[in-house]
Design a protein around this ligand. Structure first.
Ligand code: IPM
Ligand code: MG
Length: 370
């Protein structure tokens, strides 16, 4: 199979983790006889530095002419600390989601037994945790009208949803639930927000077409608590843009680290794959970031290409590193491995289709603080 992949490494640790994903894709290509043609493009702060625009037209063109987009991360402290900046890296990602019409963001929350001890949540609560967040990605408060009064003393962010925007993601979420445990939870704030009441009405209507799926409705404040108290109750979680952003970071603590979680953003004309973490500027260039979120995003990309065996090989290799302690600093502050080493180990595991052999700690760049 030949595929064109747009690669947008972005800022901070984005390029480092994306490089590991490319190693992994190359290993998949070598083992399974595929060819992946990478087209690199800039986005975020690096794009502002180079062109003045966080999403240059050339980047959009490359994305529109590819089979999938591999995205790293965006963000730079020089903008975070300057609320008056009118051009910001995040605008690049938001505009990209909008122009590619990536209205559904899928964030699987898996936990690994070998890492249960790392989660601040008790291991008992983590048993059987396996759910997927369907976050609406191109509507709501993120994209509503933004205003500030002339005197700067008041500001507004509008939250709007149309029935159509809710319907299209809701169908995808129900179809996904049918391939899993047939359960869907809508998270909203229908006791307060008009948009949430519209979400409930639309979801209730659509639910009649999926009668084998059990639906429940949960207010977002309660959901924030339930994700910690009893996360195993969830299967498919459906929610609007802003709530999805917040609860997916929260849910990542179940896995043990934000660095582990992948995501896929899909629509009718494009698909983008990115780890859920940010650009983590403090770690940039140090070869310490966790590449697993990006690498598991590649597994989701391979699923999207219907390369099931290939996706399995990637997940299997990633899990092998976690189980065997080949983990980055966010997972183990004492015994850890470099970003690039973890990428090499996973690529090697895939290509040889057998467990990589470990020769010495030195050659693995193992950092041991004793
Ligand atoms: C995410 C991120 C983005 C978002 C930021 C970087 C704009 O937090 O993908 O979850 O808020 O959607
Ligand atoms: Mg977020």
């Amino acid at each position: 199979m030949n595929k064109v992949i747009a690669v947008l490494p972005g800022d901070g640790i984005g390029p480092e983790v994306t490089n590991q994903s490319i190693k992994v894709l190359d290993a998949v290509a070598a083992r399974f006889g595929h060819s992946f043609d990478y087209r690199f493009a800039v986005v975020g702060a690096i794009a502002i530095d180079q062109t003045g625009n966080p999403l240059p037209d050339s980047t959009v063109d490359i994305c529109l002419n590819s089979d999938a987009v591999l995205f790293g991360a965006i963000g730079d402290p020089k903008y975070d600390n300057d609320p008056s900046a009118t051009v910001r890296p995040e605008q690049g990602l938001l505009k990209l989601r909008k122009v590619l019409e990536l209205y559904t963001n899928i964030r699987p929350i898996d936990t690994y037994k070998a890492l249960h001890h790392l989660s601040p949540v008790k291991a008992k609560q983590l048993e059987n945790v396996d759910f997927v967040i369907f976050r609406e990605l191109t509507g709501g408060i993120y994209f509503g009208k933004k205003e500030k009064t002339d005197d700067g003393n008041a500001a507004t962010d509008e939250c709007t949803y149309s029935k159509y925007e809710i319907e299209r993601i809701t169908h995808l979420a129900f179809q996904y639930a049918q391939k899993r445990k047939n359960k869907l939870t809508l998270i909203d704030k229908a006791n307060v927000l008009e948009t949430s009441r519209l979400w409930r009405t639309v979801v209730r209507e659509i639910a009649t077409n999926y009668s084998n799926v059990a639906v429940d409705y949960m207010y977002v404040d309660n959901a924030a608590m339930q994700i910690i108290l009893n996360p195993a109750q969830f299967d498919v979680v459906l929610t609007e843009n802003m709530f999805g952003d917040i609860i997916s970071d929260e849910a990542s603590v179940l896995a043990g680290s934000l660095g582990l979680l992948p995501s896929a953003s899909v629509g009718n004309k494009a698909a983008l794959f990115e780890p859920i973490h940010g650009s983590y500027p403090q770690a940039a260039g140090k070869d310490i970031a966790n590449p697993i979120g990006s690498i598991l995003s590649v597994a989701m990309m391979l699923d999207h290409f219907e390369l099931t065996e290939e996706a399995y090989a990637v997940r299997n290799a990633a899990e092998w590193t976690l189980v065997n302690g080949f983990v980055s600093k966010d997972i183990d502050a004492v015994n850890n491995y470099a970003t690039s080493t973890i990428g090499d180990l996973i690529a090697d595991h895939i290509e040889r289709n057998k467990e990589s052999t470990v020769s010495s700690n030195a050659s693995l760049n193992k950092s041991t603080i004793i």
